[in-house]
Design a protein. Structure first.
Length: 353
């Protein structure tokens, strides 16, 4: 069904299409019409002390304000990451700020943490149905200087703690000026240590993950490894969008006209997998790695898992493939895990298509 609907949606601007899609998703019968389905029982995963009905989560940025968690759970997601949420509502960057690169099966976005503020999201999350784990992706307001960033992260952490299952600290978006400077060891450890301290004082503990950029070199990734070990957080989400424009098929003039922003989708697949593999070699389990970037097929999802990811997330792949993508990945995951547990040779990726 989505294959028929997508050409119509692509006639709209990306943001209008996004809004319309979520309105349709809330209608009765949307799960069946979309081609989605809950994950099969054999797809369940236990990670960070949480039970995920399936290995595929929705990456942050699509349900920023936690308005569609229940509907997303019905179409096959094993988790939903809401946000990025900031202490105070902010409109984000000026429109247009979201663009399709159709020849690349990619998007460019410079949304700028547009959201209605953490308190409004908390009220919605209080009303969600039990079922799938929800992650709270948290950031700082644009007007907050980096020197005071820790206060914004703490405020979001405290507000969301009773209503989410895990946290993601976002210091890697390219669309908030200066944010990526917080990936440096000093400020990053300060934020993570404070959140860990506050979590340890509570009766219920929430795992904390760090979302990193794909544009980090080996030395910077080694620094991230050190930060994860020293802070004792649960793990890493690899990766956010990239500022690179290398290797795109979309004409350079068109890309340049779109302006600044992070690229997501198929062009990110290889680099994000490389980062997952690099981190897994240096962060053995039980440290968690969630792989995201360029997952638009079951093959791409299995690639991330083979590289060392415990779970995967999708965003742009959903835009191009629709909920049927989740069904394909969930089925492939069950098959992949069964062959892995049986000790049989690795299956050819064609088996997952």
């Amino acid at each position: 069904m989505y294959g028929l609907l997508r050409p119509l949606l692509f006639l709209l601007s990306p943001e209008r299409a996004h809004t319309l899609t979520f309105r349709l998703l809330e209608l009765p019968g949307a799960t069946w019409l979309s081609g989605g389905a809950p994950p099969p029982p054999g797809a369940a995963v236990e990670v960070m002390g949480l039970r995920f009905p399936g290995p595929v989560g929705l990456a942050a940025g699509m349900d920023k304000d936690a308005a569609h968690v229940d509907a997303l759970g019905r179409i096959g997601f094993g988790s939903v990451e809401v946000g990025t949420l900031t202490p105070v509502a902010q409109p984000g960057n000026d429109r247009p700020r979201l663009f399709r690169l159709k020849p690349d099966r990619a998007l460019i976005n410079r949304m700028g943490f547009n959201n209605g503020g953490v308190e409004a999201a908390v009220e919605r999350l209080k009303r969600r149905r039990p079922g799938i784990p929800v992650g709270g992706n948290i950031g700082k307001n644009k007007v907050t200087p980096n020197e005071a960033a820790i206060d914004d992260y703490v405020r979001c952490f405290e507000a969301l703690h009773p209503v989410v299952d895990y946290f993601v600290v976002n210091v890697s978006s390219p669309n908030t000026p200066g944010l990526r400077a917080l990936q440096e060891k000093g400020p990053l450890l300060a934020i993570l240590n404070e959140l860990k301290r506050r979590d340890s004082a509570k009766s219920i503990h929430r795992p904390i993950l760090l979302k990193i950029a794909p544009d980090l070199g080996s030395e910077q990734l080694d620094q991230i490894v050190t930060v994860v070990k020293e802070s004792g957080i649960a793990g890493v989400i690899a990766t956010n969008t990239t500022i690179s424009r290398e290797g795109l098929r979309t004409p350079a003039a068109e890309v340049e006209a779109m302006g600044a922003g992070g690229v997501s989708g198929a062009p990110l697949r290889r680099r994000s997998t490389e980062v997952v593999s690099y981190l897994r070699e240096r962060l053995p389990r039980p440290t968690v790695i969630i792989g995201v970037g360029g997952i638009d097929s079951a093959e791409a999802a299995i690639e991330k898992l083979e590289a060392g990811a415990d779970l995967v997330q999708v965003y742009t792949g959903l835009v191009y493939e629709g909920p049927e993508l989740l069904k394909r990945i969930n089925r492939a995951y069950v098959l992949w895990r069964s062959t892995k547990n049986a000790g049989t040779p690795r299956m050819h990726t064609d088996s997952f298509r």
